[in-house]
Design a protein around this ligand. Structure first.
Ligand code: ATP
Ligand code: MN
Length: 488
């Protein structure tokens, strides 16, 4: 089947077919009228660039849209934000910004955007303001660029894993594993669950509703259910049947702290690999990050230049230095603490104490990546205490085979580990953490029937988008951010 759609600005600019008749649908970014000629800059979201449309007197006369005026202001409705259909010829540009422009022969107004109420003016808007108009902010230059980069990064994620023999599996969004230890969860319940027909336990205290209707509130799933905080455990299941798998889907955490790096709903990429140990896992994490950065540098040069100019002046340099570096620094947690202690002795001041038992604070992670190594750093073999129950215990009895990938400007973007594959050790650690092993028999079974060393990690998708775009606030790298106090 052959099908055609109206050409985009990106396609028209790429074709550079001078002399060709074109039809373009796009929104007005700016318009400049002089006595007998108008210049429009049109953008359709397909790329950073807009395209210049030159409207001469003859075309203006032939286009009723130019006579249609805004009832309130009495001005021409071909104004910032309006959508148009333009017919014309592609010609060599007079200016030197672009190779081609459109010499219009007819202009049709598809949708006006009254200037007294249209919120996006030509000036720069703050990201705080843009967050209040999430239905329109995709039309701004920076958010527009970020969302195209986000799209590219998604494709690069799949490309990477598919090239390396992984299977994409969809792990559930609703889960009953309530002790993954990754964070506060959101409870899931039906809004109309006053039904005696459904099984399961009654939900605690009788509500007024239950008393008045005489019906009992029951758990929809027969037990408490939550939105997933991680697809890891289900990933482990499929790693034990398909070897190399990954998930890439929405993840939910009731993060109440209001930070520039945390969302309540975010996307996570979680590979899980059978027969892989910690060293191999670190190789995998590094290769993935390099693939994502290299791919965006190759495919999104225009977007990156825009962001480098307006958002983060170090952006291109820092991304290039990652791809040019031979390998990421890898240090054990104990070595990281020793380096930090050395810095303190040398006069460096931190707000938090540096001590093996205290863990790494963000300021410590930033010192490692921004001041000491000046590049991404992988820290591994963390103290067992404070890390999740499923991380493989080291022989030393103190540390576990966990690793974090830390990057300048942001801190942690990846957290992962080799998983505990020893049935008894895993069970003992569950009990020590107050978990009920019976509830997780399926998870323990993976260690009982054909268990293997295996490893996996979670890469926060918005964190890598933040890293690659230089955006300061994570709420500006997802189309519709959900965070504490914000869901619009
Ligand atoms: P952090 O210490 O940064 O809060 P974490 O250690 O709680 O993260 P993990 O459980 O290790 O996070 O999750 C794996 C990855 O998911 C993190 O490395 C990070 O990239 C991302 N991530 C975790 N929580 C969030 C969140 N609330 N919003 C966006 N990304 C997140
Ligand atoms: Mn982590």
């Amino acid at each position: 089947m052959i099908f055609t759609m109206p050409a985009t600005v990106k396609e028209i600019l790429a074709a550079e077919a001078k002399g060709q008749e074109v039809e373009l649908h796009a929104w007005v970014r700016s318009c400049r009228d002089s006595k007998n000629i108008s210049f429009l800059n049109l953008n359709d979201g397909s790329c950073v660039s807009g395209i210049q449309v030159v409207v001469d007197e003859e075309c203006r006369k032939a286009s009723p849209a130019f006579a249609q005026t805004d009832q309130i202001n009495g001005i021409n409705q071909i104004s910032n934000g309006a959508s148009l259909r333009v017919k014309g010829r592609l010609v060599a540009s007079q200016g030197n910004l672009q190779a081609v422009e459109i010499q219009a022969s007819g202009i049709e107004l598809l949708g006006a955007a009254p200037q007294d109420t249209y919120p996006l003016q030509k000036k720069r808007h703050s990201f705080e303001f843009l967050r209040e108009i999430s239905h329109l902010r995709g039309r701004s230059n920076s958010i527009g660029a970020v969302m195209r980069l986000r799209n590219r990064l998604s494709m690069l994620v799949h490309e990477f894993f598919q090239q390396h023999g992984f299977y994409y599996i969809h792990t559930p969004i609703i889960t009953v594993s309530d002790a993954e230890g990754a964070g506060e969860m959101f409870r899931v319940e039906s809004s109309g669950c006053l039904d005696e027909g459904r099984g399961g336990e009654s939900l605690g205290e009788k509500s007024a509703e239950e008393k008045s209707t005489g019906k009992k509130r029951k758990y929809f799933f027969g037990q408490e259910a939550f939105l997933t905080v991680s697809g890891q455990m289900e990933g482990e299941v499929y790693a034990h049947s398909h070897g190399r798998v990954y998930t890439f889907g929405p993840t939910f955490r009731a993060e109440e702290s209001n930070t520039s790096r945390h969302l309540a709903e975010f996307w996570m990429i979680e590979p899980e690999v059978a027969f892989l140990e910690l060293d191999g896992l670190m190789d995998l994490a590094e290769a993935l990050v390099r693939h994502l950065i290299g791919g965006t540098l190759r495919h999104c040069a225009e977007e990156l230049e825009l962001l480098n100019k307006w958002i983060e002046p170090e952006l291109l340099r820092s991304l290039q230095s990652v791809t040019e570096s031979e390998h990421f620094v890898r240090i054990s947690y104990t070595e990281a603490i020793a380096l930090l202690e050395g810095a303190v002795q040398g006069g460096k001041k931190f707000d938090y104490r540096v001590a093996w038992e205290d863990g790494l604070q963000t300021e410590h992670e930033r010192w490692l990546t921004e001041e000491h190594f000046r590049q991404p750093v992988i820290v591994y073999n963390y103290p067992a205490e404070g890390k999740a129950f499923y991380m493989k215990q080291n022989e030393d009895g103190k540390t576990v085979r966990g690793m974090d990938v830390l990057v300048p400007r942001l801190g942690e973007i990846i957290g992962g580990s080799q998983r505990e594959d020893d049935y008894e050790k895993l069970k003992a650690r569950m009990l020590a953490d107050g978990m009920d092993p019976e509830h997780y028999q399926w998870y323990l079974d993976l260690r009982r029937f054909g268990g293997t060393p295996h490893s996996g990690f979670g890469l926060g998708f918005e964190r890598i988008v933040q890293y690659v775009t230089g955006m300061k606030n994570i709420r500006d790298v997802i189309p519709f951010p959900r965070a504490v106090g914000q869901a619009s």
